[in-house]
Design a binder for this molecule. Structure first.
Ligand code: FDA
Ligand code: NAD
Length: 426
């Protein structure tokens, strides 16, 4: 049994949704494109899961956040795919791929063949077991990667109103889930091994701002240590969290956000991998010219840094998807992907954006005791990164533009004095 398509997108997440829209804009014909996803729903904006989805009132639910609403584009409901002749194969995993034969074998036993394959398999959440701790399967231990996880988290949260949660991991999931738990009136202790939160991006000074704010909202921090084990009741529910530094915390629920691994398994030994992802060129094309990779799973050349990076953020998923489709459908009109890394987050009433890279010296500006402040990163005499908390739309656009321009910076004191004005007037 089998079907054949010109284009197949493997994975049905953010990148798949944005790629589908671009295929339609570029005139794909009915019956040419197929999307295969092991999720039971059409592609949606994953960032909603740690924000609007977890609100105690007026929570976001599908179909409101199907792609591509996150970039103010059309909302692609299952009806939209049907109307555009795109085959949406949902609730179906791909269990093996053969890039020489150009075929995929699904969990339902079907062989799907393609002329061009776009790999958009994203990533999976790392499990505690991978760090030597067992208990991930307990009913009150939650991860957050997909809509099933988010539904489960909501149910667990609602089962213990006013209860105690421990959030393990001080990264994006940790920070955003803590905020959502507090908004749901759950008492939270956040545990992570580093000296400060968001260690991949924040400097100690920036992290301190958010930690102080979180403390003012009642969050308790236990830093510089990791989980050693859980205590369980007779039903297998976690009742206590034991940390390596000897701390013991009693809990009603646990949320784990300890990083991800890209889903490359189907292609190991078939495609060149780098930085944990599928290595692609400036056209998002892998070491096999019929296979492209986009989103979290792709390691692509970031021109501005002169090196290959794998990014785990929604903006790069959206833009790499769009670029890959342009490269496939209009190769003669499409140049190399020239992407400026962009990360953001929203927690409580706070909101920040970051563009570029965090290398070199840091210059802070604004009022860190107030609601708007930022930082610039200067490397080899040029501005290479910019962060801003509490900016306006125009101010965020200004730091993005300034970072893209990489202006020469001669005097760091003068840059500090000018602060945000530097980006606005550059
Ligand atoms: P994505 O994970 O979206 O999709 C991959 C798809 O492939 C999934 O549907 C998966 O089930 C499917 N799949 C995998 N293997 C398969 C197989 N073998 N067969 C069939 N299907 C398969 N970023 C940001 O910039 N700002 C933000 O605020 C947030 N917030 C946020 C919240 C939460 C809760 C998460 C988990 C992540 C974020 N992110 C984020 C990150 C952002 O969502 C992420 O970078 C994109 O979803 C990546 O898009 P992809 O399409 O690459 O993977
Ligand atoms: P992360 O990489 O942001 O953070 C992982 C955290 O895990 C680290 O900060 C560290 O504190 C912790 N950690 C590592 N090893 C540990 C251990 N042994 N024990 C305890 N803690 C440990 O990953 P995440 O927070 O899990 O996020 C998952 C993915 O979702 C990432 O790709 C992230 O970019 C994405 N995401 C992004 C956003 C956003 O951009 N606003 C929001 C949510 C999720």
């Amino acid at each position: 049994m089998g079907r054949a398509f010109v284009y197949v997108i493997l994975g049905g997440g953010v990148a798949a949704g944005y790629a589908a829209l671009e295929f339609v804009k570029k005139g794909v014909s009915h019956g040419e494109l197929c999307i295969i996803s092991d999720e039971p729903v059409a592609p949606y904006e994953r960032p909603a899961l740690s924000k609007g989805f977890l609100l105690p009132e007026a929570a976001a639910r599908l179909p409101s956040f199907h792609t591509c609403v996150g970039a103010n584009e059309e909302r692609l409901t299952p009806k939209w795919y049907k109307e555009h002749g795109i085959e949406l194969v949902l609730g179906t995993g791909v269990k093996s791929a053969d890039v020489k034969r150009k075929t995929l074998l699904t969990t339902t036993g079907e062989t799907i063949s393609y002329k061009i394959l776009i790999v958009a398999t994203g990533a999976r959440a790392l499990k505690l077991e991978e760090f030597g701790v067992s208990g991930s399967d307990a009913e009150n231990v939650c991860y957050l990667r997909d809509i099933a996880d988010a539904n489960r988290l909501v149910n667990v949260m609602q089962s213990c109103p006013g209860g105690n949660a421990v959030v393990i991991g001080g990264g994006y999931i940790g920070m955003e889930c803590v905020a959502s738990l507090v908004i749901n009136k759950i008492n939270v202790t956040m545990v992570f091994p580093e000296a400060h939160c968001m260690a991949r991006l924040f400097t100690p000074k920036i992290a301190n701002y958010y930690e102080e704010y979180y403390k003012s909202r009642g969050v308790n921090f236990v830093k510089g240590t990791v989980l050693s084990s859980f205590d369980f009741d007779s039903n297998g529910k976690v009742t206590g969290v034991d940390l390596r530094d000897g701390t013991k915390l009693s809990v009603d629920m646990v949320v784990v956000g300890i990083g991800i691994r890209p889903n490359t398994g189907l292609f190991e030994g078939q495609l060149t991998l780098e930085k944990g992802g599928i290595k692609v060129n400036g056209m998002l094309q892998s070491s096999n010219s019929s296979v492209y990779a986009i989103g979290d799973v792709a390691a692509f050349p970031v021109k501005a840094f002169g090196e290959t990076r794998r990014l785990e953020h929604v903006d790069s998923a959206r833009k790499s998807a769009k670029h890959a489709v342009a490269a496939i459908m209009e190769p003669e009109k499409t140049g190399e992907f020239d992407y400026l890394p962009f990360f953001y987050s929203r927690v409580f009433t706070l909101s920040w954006q970051f563009y570029g890279d965090t290398v070199g010296e840091v210059v802070y500006y604004g009022d860190m005791s107030g609601s708007a402040f930022g930082a610039y990163w200067i490397s080899k005499g040029h501005l290479v990164g910019a962060f801003l908390e509490g900016g306006t739309k125009e101010e965020y656009e200004a730091i993005a533009k300034a970072t893209r321009l990489r202006p020469e910076i001669e005097d760091l004191t003068e840059l500090e004095r000018q602060g945000l004005k530097f980006a606005v007037t550059v």
